[in-house]
Design a protein around this ligand. Structure first.
Ligand code: SF4
Length: 339
């Protein structure tokens, strides 16, 4: 039995002060992952600070330079179906709708999506050694069942992957994460928000104690003409990615002017290599070019006993998704990719 104090925060300042003051306090919003962690007896909060009564950061607004500001307390479903997102950032909409189930998307918030924990089986098994759950205890996955695990950016301490789909699109779109904490507000580039495991896999991100995510900002370029999100998984619904790819392109008569590619399901954070995107600049948009970019993105990839297949799978997914991005209509159910 884990007794805890429940507190309904009225403002962001109230919430951050409460969590900063108590090392065993936790925020809760949608609760779609955090409640699992309690039920699995993995976390034991002494104080629960509920963000659901805070009236701000629930909407989505266009910025004066052509971008959008997305409230962190909006749900994933509200975001995916918002007309501004559907029209100007369809890559984000597709990625959100590829994740979880309709019921979970109706509850899960945007801020919570960034903060969800890995779905490594051993992380949820209190009998297994896991450096992310109990630092210094070991990693059962490295010599265990590691089919879902990382091929890029892993360490000797942890080979877990970050499970979000939404965040793969946010990485490709160059989002900014706005947070607020005891020291006031600050902004974090999306690529700097999540961490690689290194020697401290228990830290998933760069938030400081008491900080809460308040909004996500997208720049004006949404790649709404040429985009695709491809998620390869064991079943077609309610499964985490083996490999996913978010691709956005701007084209000039078939030549790539700008490219963004981010991978999911392969690392402890959404995986983006700007050198691969620069490689595509000025090249004809074809399979050969996307294959070259894939080789750069997958440089240094390492497989384990059960997941080495992901290296080949990722390369094929990058090429296929690049071709699908040329014709976003190819992503309709039953449609064939253009090639
Ligand atoms: Fe724990 Fe990471 Fe190893 Fe999974 S991969 S058992 S999360 S340390």
């Amino acid at each position: 039995m884990n007794n805890f104090t429940y507190q309904r925060a009225a403002t962001v300042a109230d919430a951050t002060a409460a969590v900063y003051a108590d090392a065993r306090a936790q925020f809760v919003a949608g609760g779609t992952n955090i409640i699992d962690l309690w039920k699995y007896n993995l976390t034991h909060p002494a104080r629960l600070v509920d963000l659901n009564s805070i009236p701000t950061h629930r909407g989505l607004d266009a910025t004066d330079y052509g971008g959008v500001l997305i409230g962190a307390f909006m749900t994933n479903a509200e975001t995916a179906y918002h007309p501004l997102i559907e029209q100007r950032y369809p890559l984000l909409s597709r990625a959100i709708l590829a994740g979880a189930s309709a019921q979970i998307r109706n509850m899960a918030t945007n801020g919570g999506n960034l903060l969800q924990r890995t779905r490594c089986y051993y992380f949820y098994d209190p009998c297994a050694p896991c450096n992310k759950r109990v630092p210094g205890s070991g990693c059962a996955a490295i010599k265990g069942r590691n089919r879902m695990h990382a091929i890029l950016g892993a360490s000797a301490e942890c080979i877990a992957v970050f499970p979000s789909d939404m965040c793969v699109a946010l990485a490709a779109l160059d989002a900014t994460v706005h947070v607020s904490g005891p020291s006031g507000p600050r902004s974090i580039a999306f690529q700097d928000f999540h961490r690689l495991p290194g020697k401290t896999p228990e830290q998933d991100n760069t938030l400081q104690r008491g900080e809460v995510i308040t909004s996500l900002e997208l720049p004006a370029e949404g790649f709404s003409q040429h985009y695709s999100y491809l998620k390869v998984r064991d079943r077609n619904s309610y499964a985490f990615a083996l490999v996913s790819v978010a691709t956005g392109l701007t084209l000039d008569n078939g030549t790539i002017k700008e490219a963004r590619i981010a991978l999911g399901g392969v690392a402890h954070k959404p995986w983006r290599v700007t050198e691969a995107e620069a490689f595509l600049h000025g090249k004809p948009a074809n399979e050969q070019a996307f294959a070259g970019a894939a080789d750069i993105l997958l440089r240094g990839a390492k497989g384990y006993k059960y997941n080495a297949f992901k290296i080949t799978l990722a390369k094929r997914a990058i090429i296929r998704n690049g071709m699908m991005a040329l014709n976003p209509d190819s992503q309709r159910p039953g449609a064939q990719p253009s090639a």
